[in-house]
Design a protein around this ligand. Structure first.
Ligand SMILES: [Mg+2]
Length: 417
């Protein structure tokens, strides 16, 4: 299996690769449902909620997960052990067990030795559609210790209001008129490790940490007005069974690599021979912003032929990933086929079901991701790409040159999404 991986070669750009997830809540509002199951593991459409949350986070290049558990932590540990195989992705999943009722800030405090220089933090029982790359970018501001996703609501209800001056949070969690509109905490954060110095061994982020960071001017905010659901409320947990699958079901843009994203020079295996097609990175960003999955499907028989190695492919794909980040864009997942039926050497000589024109790479992506096939499109430059799309029952566009973003803008407009 060929998967998008990080590379030490790009440590200098140091994207956030760690996500910490708060899994210690008791779920008392859900009554019997959480008697034997930690709230984040409650099933949604047949899968544990936490698996769906983590799958969404992997789209943004996160590969290391740290689950902060307390209540029924043995079940969280069993889940963590199985997860990489269930995701079909190269991720590590660790569990840190917090002392009883340490609270959200306390849970983070007790895991402080395991936090990376910068990390994302999520509530394990809610889902907010967040452009994590945009949130990460907020953290780069001078003096920022944290950045949080904010949700606009028509009525604040029991929630404290968050106020912004530009991107800077000026006040966090101040109680306001329950009937007034405003911004509330969305439960998705990016932090620098500097937050550790502010954490108490027992306490809540919302009351004991974030208000102080706001006063210091060390918090940034990102308004996210897309999908939100909190499974901790019984009515919303019931609603999750239909709303969450609908949220995850999206069209996919399958992109051939050589000749579509980068110039076709024949067997491109190294960064020096990788030259972007005009508008290619912008095209990926357009599809990201429209909520489409974006996948690369590429034949790389150059590996099988001995022209370059698997590690070269990984380094090149980390480079593509880093360059896309510069424009706030990301590839959600990727498949490549290193085999060739006649010219492959050793184990690489194989009539592989992943090698286009066979549809294996597309089919595997549609097995892992809940793709809306009818609205999906493949863009390729060769007949073998288009044949693979046909055999996977996916529409296709032949790319014949010009700006790729113009092609993608057209197809997104046709789809009215
Ligand atoms: Mg091509």
């Amino acid at each position: 299996m060929a998967l998008l991986k990080t590379s030490e070669a790009h440590a200098d750009r140091s994207p956030i690769r760690q996500a910490v997830i708060l899994c210690g809540g008791l779920g008392s509002r859900l009554g019997d449902l959480t008697q034997d199951t930690p709230k984040p593991l409650l099933p949604v459409d047949g899968a544990p909620f936490l698996e769906l949350l983590i799958r969404e986070i992997t789209r943004f290049g996160v590969t290391r997960f740290l689950l902060l558990a307390a209540f029924q932590s043995d079940k969280i540990e069993a889940f963590a052990a199985e997860l990489p195989a269930r995701l079909g992705r190269d991720v590590t999943v660790e569990v840190a067990i917090e002392p009883d009722r340490a609270g959200t800030a306390g849970a983070l405090f007790h895991a402080r030795e395991r936090l990376e220089d910068r990390f994302f933090l999520f509530n394990g029982d809610s889902l907010l559609a967040t452009d994590l790359l945009a949130l990460e970018a907020r953290l780069a501001a001078d003096g920022a210790v944290g950045a949080l996703a904010l949700r606009p609501v028509d009525a604040l209800g029991r929630y404290g209001v968050v106020t912004l001056d530009g991107q800077r949070v000026t006040a966090f969690g101040v109680s306001g008129d329950p009937a007034a509109a405003g911004l509330i905490n969305g439960g998705v954060y990016a932090f620098s490790r500097a937050v550790v110095a502010r954490l108490p061994p027992r306490g809540a982020l919302e009351s004991d940490v974030l208000p102080h960071l706001a006063e210091e001017g060390a918090l940034r905010g990102l308004v996210c007005d897309g999908f939100f659901l909190d499974i901790g409320v019984p009515e919303d947990y019931a609603r999750a069974q239909t709303d969450i699958p609908a949220f995850f079901r999206r069209p996919a843009l399958f992109l051939d690599r050589d000749g579509v994203l980068n110039e076709e020079l024949g067997y491109v295996g190294t960064i020096d021979r990788f030259h972007w097609i005009e508008g290619a990175r912008e095209a990926v960003k357009l599809a990201n912003d429209r909520g489409w999955y974006v996948f690369i499907v590429t034949n790389q028989s150059g590996v099988g032929r001995g022209l370059y190695g698997l590690e070269d492919v990984r380094v090149l794909h980390a480079h593509i990933d880093a360059e896309l980040r510069d424009v706030g864009a990301h590839i959600d997942d990727l498949r490549y086929c290193p085999h060739h039926p006649d010219l492959g050497r050793g184990d690489f000589r194989r009539d592989c079901a992943w090698r286009k024109p066979s549809p294996g790479m597309l089919l595997d992506l549609m097995r892992v991701w809940p793709v809306d096939r009818d609205r999906s499109v493949l863009i390729g430059d060769k007949t073998s790409d288009l044949e693979a799309a046909e055999r996977a029952d996916v529409r296709w566009i032949r790319f014949v040159g010009g700006r790729l973003d113009a092609v993608v803008a057209n197809l997104l407009d046709e789809n009215h999404t």
